[in-house]
Design a protein around this ligand. Structure first.
Ligand SMILES: Cc1cc2nc3c(=O)[nH]c(=O)nc-3n(C[C@H](O)[C@H](O)[C@H](O)COP(=O)(O)O)c2cc1C
Length: 188
């Protein structure tokens, strides 16, 4: 598996409506690959308007929020592309799609970086932030993963939350746990 950069990707449709979604970006030399599984609003948008901002943020509420229907986060204009970026990003890259590798399940959008900007310093690793990102991935696959695997992984991730979370990470964790409980309730 390649090294993957977990980012918040912003795209727009042809009417200019912004869409915010967490996606893992895959480096390919100087380029980045965005690989959305079908169906995906990000995928549709990239076909309509072939630009995206890759937002690097340590505010894990945005990862958890996007997975739980909270997609409205403050944004700001990009410098070189007609897409908004996250206002609170520590840094962001402005991407232009240069070609698409078609695939039934998961097309790959190869992107060139047309601009990169840093806005705030990286403040160091935090285990609870990593735990929220892992839990967000679990929450995005509730229909696909076995129940006992989800339970075991949440129990492990909760250790880092209990020991190292601040208010933002606690909020993000709570949103994700509500989503897991809601999914369970809908199953029974
Ligand atoms: C950290 C993280 C990384 C993700 N990476 C991807 C990805 O590379 N491709 C994908 O299709 N979905 C990925 N997902 C799930 C999407 O965020 C989620 O399904 C999203 O709604 C994409 O669909 P959309 O474009 O319609 O919003 C990821 C989720 C998380 C939390």
């Amino acid at each position: 598996m390649p090294w993957i950069c977990e980012t918040i990707v912003t795209t727009v449709d042809r009417a200019g409506a912004l869409h915010i979604a967490p996606l893992g970006l895959i480096p390919d030399g100087e380029e980045w690959i965005i690989a959305p599984f079908r169906p995906s609003a990000t995928l549709d948008n990239l076909r309509e308007v072939p630009f995206a901002a890759a937002n690097h943020t340590d505010d894990v509420r945005i990862f958890a929020g996007c997975l739980t229907g909270r997609r409205h986060w403050p944004t700001a204009a990009c410098d070189r592309i007609p897409v908004q970026r996250l206002a609170g990003a520590l840094s962001h890259a402005e991407l232009a799609v240069v070609r698409v590798s078609e695939d039934e399940q998961r097309p790959r959008f190869h992107c060139r970086v047309v601009h990169f900007a840093a806005h705030a310093p990286f403040r160091g690793f935090n285990r609870a932030q990593a735990a929220v990102i892992e839990a967000a991935i679990l929450a995005s696959r509730l229909d696909m993963l076995p129940r006992d695997k989800i339970d075991r992984e949440i129990a492990y991730l909760r250790i880092a939350i209990d020991k190292t979370a601040g208010p933002a990470e606690q909020q993000a964790w709570q949103w994700l746990m509500e989503k897991v409980s809601g999914h369970r309730a809908s199953e029974s």
